[in-house]
Every structure is written in C-alpha cells, then in structure tokens.
Design a protein. Sequence first.
Length: 394
Amino acid sequence: MNKGYFGKYGGMFIPETLMSAILELESAFNYYKNDESFNKELQSLFNNYANRPSPLYFASRMSDDLKGAKIYLKREDLNHTGSHKINNVLGQVLLAKKMGKTRIIAETGAGQHGVATATAATLLNMECEIFMGKEDINRQALNVYKMKLLGAKVHCVDSGTATLKDAVSQTLREWSVRIDDTHYVIGSVMGPHPFPMIVRDFQSIISREIKQQILDIENKLPNFVIACVGGGSNAIGAFYHFIQDKEVELIGCEAGGRGVDTLDTAASITIGKVGIFHGMKSYFCQNEYGQIAPVYSISAGLDYPGVGPEHAYLNDIKRAKYIPICDNEAVFAFEYLSKMEGIIPAIESAHAIAYAIKIAPKLSKDKIIIINLSGRGDKDCAAIAKYNGENINE
Ligand SMILES: *Cc1c(COP(=O)(O)O)cnc(C)c1O
C-alpha cells in the first residue's frame, strides 16, 4: 500500500504551504505513538478525566423484546462531554502539546467536536479557536455558549452553505497561514494523511476495550459490531481491533436522511462517487458536475458529504458493510431505546440501534450484537420533539 493510502483511498491532497506542518505531524505521531510516557499520560487522561473504560452494557430488555440475538451497548455516551469525541481530542491536543504547539484550531458542525476540543484545550492550557458555519451557529446556540464558556474563541464561517464542509475548508486555510504554533484538531477519520490514521488510532481504544470486555463476559467474540458513520471515527474506533477477526461482521450505518433516492440524504458510500475533497480521496456526495452536493440528515453529526478513506476501502474489499438508515427509523430507535433501557441515545447513535432492531429478531439467541452507543441524546430532545410536531423549551 502507498504511504497514507487505504487501497486507492486517502492520500494527502494539500497545498504546498501545509506540507511542512503535515510532515512534522506525521513524524511526531510516529514517534509518540510508541512513547511509553506519552501513552501513560494519555491513558491517565482517559481514565481519570474522560471516565474510561466505558462500560459494555447488556441490554436485557431490548434483547428480550426483539427475541433474537443478545445485544450489548458500548457506552461511549458516558464519557465526559457525552460522546466518543473526547478520545480523539485528548490524544491530539496532548500530541500538539508535546510538539511544542500553543494554539489549537478546529472545525465544528453541530458543535460537539468544538465543545470537546475546547474542553481538552483548556485542560491542557492551550489557546483555542473554533470555526463554525453561520447556519450552524444559529442552530446550535447552546454549544456556541459552551465553547465560549470553556475559553475558546468561535469564528463564524459564512462561505458556501455556511455549514460543516465550509468550516473544514476554512480551518484548513487558517492552518496554512499559521503553522508554527498551531495544530488543527480534525474531528473525524478524514482529511489528508496522517489524520485518518491518527484519529483512528486514538479512537481504537473503543474496540480494544470491547474485545477485552466481551471476552470477559461471554468468552467469545461478537457476531456483529454496529456503529453509525458520519466521517466514521466512532465506527472505525469500534471496528479496528476486529478487522482481522473475519468472523465478526462490521456494519456502518450511514445517514439516509429522507431516503437515498431523494436529494435529502448524507449516505456518502451508498450514493456517493469517488472524488477528492478536504485533502483526501474517498466517496463523496456529488452533483452531476462533480461538485460537492448539499447533504441532509436529521442528525447534525452525520451530515458530512464524505466519509473517511479507510471506510471507503473496507467497503470496497467487503470487510465492512454500509447501510443507510432513514430519519424515521432513527427517530423510532431513539424513542425505543429511551423507553426500553432508560438510555436516551444521540440521534447519530440511534442510526446504529435502528439497524440492530432490524436484524436482531432474525438471529438465534446465541448470537451477539454490539452497538457502539457513540453519544448521549440530551442535545437532540428538542429536535426530535419538533420532528414529532411538539414544541418544547430548549
Ligand atoms: C460527531 C458524532 C458522530 C459522527 O462522527 P463520526 O466521526 O462518524 O463518529 C456520531 N455520534 C456522535 C454522538 C457524535 O457526536
């Protein structure tokens, strides 16, 4: 495989001005990932600050109700700041600190990655600036407030559709004009090499824990690992240590939105075409001219028009399967898990739950499904109420 590639996907399609920053990052990561004291420090942040290891919880009422496979939930929703995103930001901000950087920049869509980044930056005493589309700033006032409360500066991006993809573009531009003291914390397994590898390695703590936990509890590997896919970081984190275990089926659930036969979708693998954007070669939702298409999902965390290159590769070699889940199915799963287990899932994670609800009844009782519960759903209650025609005060 070429350096920085997963099959034909990935690469580093970047302006020359970023090349030295990218090479510096690559060599720092290759050094620190094998450095004992770095890994100790990161593990200590995971355990003492982020609340790891997250439990692997047997969803007994859900399993009984569906009358099929045993269902376990990997509780990334219980991490500090409420999702898996903290795993990556703690890793990257600590790495940046070791590299002598003093300033962190990041993009954010719904604001979840921005809040996590602001959290890690303030903890490790770094300056922090977040770039966010104007549309998203208007929709996500609470997260904007939290980022400011955590000491970050929030910049409004009003180019293009003024959403996540434009925020990523702007942050890449911002990085290229100030690389000496600045690290760009990318929020998912995307962007130019080495980001997809770095983010995957920091998120792979999820499958490292799952493997240990399921062997302790069941003394065997799961039959399915299911996760939602936006850029793909929680999914690759949950898949990674099972990729070599061919008997474990890996399933990624993309945002089908209002349906993959409509324009209101974000299912990049299902309907996308191969292209190059944001520094990487992968699948992207495109129009007939090859321009990046506007995307839609009820879930703000899944409406990115592309997918990480390692997922594109796992799809092509058929090691993982990617399935679109529509808004109505995700909303059903959101309500189902709340009522069944007393756990309100993030609407992103509800996409993975929805697929488990479909397949569990068809499986025998000795089969095991693990769902990666990527985050908690407090942030989504107002939007789901609205979807159902109710209005609640946020
Ligand atoms: C951001 C987010 C996602 C989507 O990002 P991935 O990189 O695909 O994991 C999924 N779930 C939650 C809770 C998120 O906050």
